[in-house]
Each structure stands twice: as structure tokens, then as C-alpha cells.
Write a protein that binds this ligand. Structure first.
Ligand SMILES: C[S@@+](CC[C@H](N)C(=O)[O-])C[C@H]1O[C@@H](n2cnc3c(N)ncnc32)[C@H](O)[C@@H]1O
Length: 457
């Protein structure tokens, strides 16, 4: 399978994307968007849903059309009707980009969906990235951030599902493509979302000019309840659930190593550590090597707990007994949602906290860092989490980086991002290399953005 949003052999011609078979009402909107005819397009967009119509065969939306029209071959056709010289080419590029930006902005204001995918599995932002149209890509990211923040306000939180069904921060393998979640905007409802650091556009949710929430790229088929009841299999290099979703995989070891180094600078010994989600115990083994003064692990899955207490485990009774004081080294069996409030109540604090669960959506991570981290973390402590938010698609990853940063800031935390290279040699193809025996590859990016969070001073 091609990497999502990186279609390398797509035919970007207007004939291919808006075929003759396209219903006239859809073709009209798509052609006007493609030709960047803003004045003619605008009145049509007053009809709810128009800004996000989709060509039935190619999945082209007005956003795709407006952006794709900026491809070099399309620009020449669009403006001059002949091959331009170099100077004309540059001028033409600027003119077309300006016009495209105006159309894209208008489409977003009119409820266009930032993450609809076309028949090449590309969102409009993916097309912009592939064509090297940075400004248009940025507009798509900003729209995604606004939409995700708005979802958070309207509905507690509607997580952005990534192509492998990765829900927010975790790693569940999903495959019910195209599930659309609708947020009902009441008659005349009016919601605006303020997005610091993002171009200031008011997103209006009302029945006249409907805001249509982002479509799920792929709905999850794993939820926490089902996951915690499912059978797990530990095998060489991976832990999978009964559906063969990758819960944890050995290729993440270098990410875990860097996470430990970021949480315990200089691999400081004798620190107080809390890790949520044992999985394969990779990060806990690294934490243990630093001889912490306190090492608490929270794990909910019965099969993982059985593994922890099994003969091959380094975290059984002997480990627990080796702690510097009673209860200093401890695996707390149960869901963090039940255990963390008790730790807080009993006054436990930590220098380093790491969060990496499975089968939970982003609302849980957000709740953890908003409601619990400030109370559990020492003043100069560090908090980190596995950042798989939207990791199957660059634009989703970029959107989530901004969303989580804003939410961390709301929670009183600063975040520093460290970009790590991910060796994609054995991770590039579905079902092959590292992904053998795993239902979906939940990681497609060659960069990992590692978050290190600290309490604001
Ligand atoms: C991705 S693995 C963690 C991998 C770990 N970082 C490592 O280095 O091996 C996620 C773990 O979180 C556990 N988990 C999922 N939901 C949980 C919850 N609500 N509370 C505690 N643990 C949970 C899963 O059972 C699984 O063992």
C-alpha cells in the first residue's frame, strides 16, 4: 500500500479528477474551485454541504480541486494556454497561489472538510504537500487544528482517527474506513474557536453556514473495554491483541530510549518514576537501569499483568522486593483511571512520568495531563508520552502537534519537541518487515516528534 497521502503516480489533470460522468451540480462547484473563480463560487457556498461535495468516482472535493489546480502542468493550462517562459512561470505561480489561497480560505469558512480523502487516499493537505505548496498546506493544517479544537469544545473530544485507526496517542489497528462522525449543530448555534498561533479565522457553527466536522479517516475497531478483555500474544519483537493489532513493537525501542533520556537528563539515578502502560516492558527496563528511588508502573490488562509476574519477567516479586523501601517498586494492577486518583490522594509525586496506553482515545491522554500530571509531577519534573497522535499521515501528525501543544498549555505545561529519525527500512510496507503478522501499520512517518513537558514556572 502506498504511504497515505503520498500518492506518487496520481494524474492531476482536470479531466482525470472531474470526469465527464460527474453530476452537473457537483461538477459546477468543482470546476469553479479548480479555476479559482471566487466571485462565482461564493454564492454557491451558502448552501450547507456545498463546500464539501465530492466527485463520486474520484473523491475530488472543492479543496482538492483548488489546490490541485496549482500543479505546474495545470497552472499553464489555467492561465496562459501555452508554455510560459521562466519569468512567466514564476509570476504565474504566485498569481495562481494567491487565487488558490483565497478560494481555500473561503471553502474553509464555508465548512469544507480538511481531511476528506480522495480516491488516491490523499487529503487536500496531502496534495498540497506533494506539490510543494507550503502556504496551502499550512492553511489545511490550521483548518485541521481549528476543527479538532472545536470538536474538543463541542463534544468533550472527538479524536482524529488516523489511517491505521490509531486513536490519538495509542496504537490500535482500525480498518472501518470512512466512518463519519457528525456533531449536531443546533439551529442557529454559534461556536467560535480561538486558536492561538494559528491564523485567526473564526469558525462559525450554525445552520445557515454549516460547519461540517472533520470526517474520520478511519474509525477504530478497538476500544478500551474490548481491548482489555481481548487475548494478547507476546512473540519475538511484538505484542498483539486477538485481532492482530500491534499493541507494542520492538522497533519502538529507540523511541523509548530517547524518551527515557529526555525524562531523566543524563540518565540521572535515584529518581522517582511513574510509567503508565507496561506493554513489553521496554521503557520500564530502561527506567530500572537508572536505579530509581521509586518506580511505579500502572498496567490494566490481565494478560500483561500475568506476563509481568511470569518466570521471564524482570518485574516480578524479586524486583518489587529490591526497592529501597516498602512499595517503592510496584506494579499497580488496574486502569490508570482508577489508580492515579489514589496515588494523588496518598500524596505520591514523581520526577518523571511517562504515558503510553493502548485502545484509548486522545481524550484520556488529555484528561491525564490536565487533571493529574500537575498534581503528580514534582515542580522540576518531566512528563512525556508516546506521540503517535495522527502518526499514519503527515498532516494529521502536524495538526495534532499543535492541538496537543495548546491543550498542554491550557493545563499549565510547556512542551519541547525533539525530532527523531525513524528508520523506515523495515516499516515501509503493510504486512512486510516489522509489520508481518500485524493487522495495520500504525506508523508511516520517517520523523518522530518526542514531547518533553514541564510545568510552567
Ligand atoms: C503500547 S503499550 C506500552 C508499551 C511500553 N511503553 C513499552 O515500552 O513496552 C500500552 C500498554 O498500556 C496498557 N493499558 C491500556 N489501557 C490502560 C489503562 N487504562 N490503564 C493502564 N494500562 C493500560 C496496555 O495493556 C499495554 O500494556
Amino acid at each position: 500500500m502506498a504511504e497515505p497521502g503520498s500518492s506518487s503516480n496520481s494524474d492531476d489533470s482536470v479531466e482525470a479528477r472531474i470526469p465527464a460522468s460527474c453530476p452537473p451540480s457537483i461538477a459546477q462547484v468543482l470546476h469553479l474551485a479548480w479555476q479559482h473563480k471566487l466571485a462565482e463560487l461564493k454564492p454557491l457556498l451558502n448552501v450547507p454541504g456545498r463546500a464539501s461535495v465530492q466527485e463520486p468516482a474520484t473523491g475530488e472535493t472543492p479543496l482538492h480541486a483548488a489546490i490541485r489546480a496549482c500543479a505546474p502542468a495545470n497552472r499553464a493550462l489555467l492561465d496562459l494556454g501555452r508554455d510560459p517562459d521562466e519569468e512567466e512561470k514564476e509570476e504565474e505561480k504566485e498569481v495562481v497561489a494567491d487565487r488558490a489561497r483565497a478560494v481555500v480560505r473561503e471553502l474553509f469558512l464555508s465548512g469544507a472538510i480538511w481531511n476528506d480523502v480522495d480516491s488516491n487516499d490523499e487529503t487536500p493537505g496531502c496534495v498540497a504537500a506533494r506539490l510543494g505548496l507550503g502556504d496551502l498546506y499550512t492553511l489545511c493544517v490550521e483548518a485541521g487544528v481549528r476543527a479538532e479544537l472545536l470538536f474538543g469544545l463541542l463534544d468533550g473530544y472527538e479524536e482524529l482517527e488516523s489511517d491505521d485507526g490509531e486513536e490519538g496517542e495509542d496504537k490500535d489497528g482500525a480498518d472501518d474506513e470512512g466512518v463519519e462522525e457528525e456533531v449536531e449543530a443546533g439551529e442557529g448555534a454559534d461556536n467560535t474557536v480561538e486558536t492561538e498561533g494559528v491564523e485567526d479565522i473564526e469558525v462559525v457553527v450554525n445552520s445557515d453556514r454549516a460547519f461540517v466536522p472533520p470526517k474520520r479517516l478511519n474509525g477504530p475497531d478497538v476500544n478500551s473495554k474490548d481491548y482489555l478483555r481481548s487475548n494478547l500474544t507476546y512473540s519475538e519483537g511484538k505484542l498483539v491483541d486477538s485481532e492482530d493489532n500491534g499493541v507494542m513493537m520492538a522497533w519502538e525501542t529507540s523511541i523509548m530510549r530517547s524518551s527515557v533520556e529526555s525524562l531523566l537528563p543524563g540518565l540521572a539515578v535515584g529518581r522517582r518514576i511513574l510509567n503508565i502502560g507496561f506493554g513489553m516492558g521496554i521503557i520500564d527496563a530502561m527506567f530500572a537501569e537508572t536505579h530509581p528511588s521509586k518506580h511505579h508502573i500502572i498496567e490494566a490488562h490481565p494478560a500483561v499483568l500475568e506476563h509481568v509476574n511470569g518466570p521471564d519477567s524482570k518485574f516480578g516479586k524479586d524486583w518489587a522486593a529490591s526497592g529501597p523501601s516498602d512499595g517503592a517498586y510496584k506494579v499497580h494492577g488496574g486502569k490508570w483511571q482508577d489508580i492515579v486518583p489514589k496515588l494523588l490522594e496518598s500524596g505520591e509525586t514523581y520526577d518523571a512520568i511517562y504515558f503510553d496506553t493502548f485502545g484509548e482515545d486522545y481524550s484520556q491522554l488529555r484528561m491525564f495531563f490536565t487533571e493529574y500530571v500537575p498534581g503528580l509531577l514534582e515542580e522540576d519534573g518531566r512528563f512525556g508520552f508516546f506521540n503517535g497522535l495522527g502518526a499514519d499521515r503527515k498532516i494529521c501528525y502536524d495538526v495534532y502537534t499543535q492541538v496537543v501543544e495548546m491543550h498542554l498549555s491550557d493545563a499549565g505545561m510547556d512542551v519541547e519537541w525533539q525530532e527523531l529519525d525513524v528508520d523506515m527500512k523495515d516499516l515501509g510496507t503493510e504486512g512486510e518487515g516489522e509489520w508481518q503478522g500485524v493487522k495495520r501499520r500504525y506508523w508511516t512517518l520517517d520523523k518522530y516528534r518526542l514531547p518533553t513537558c514541564t510545568l510552567m514556572g
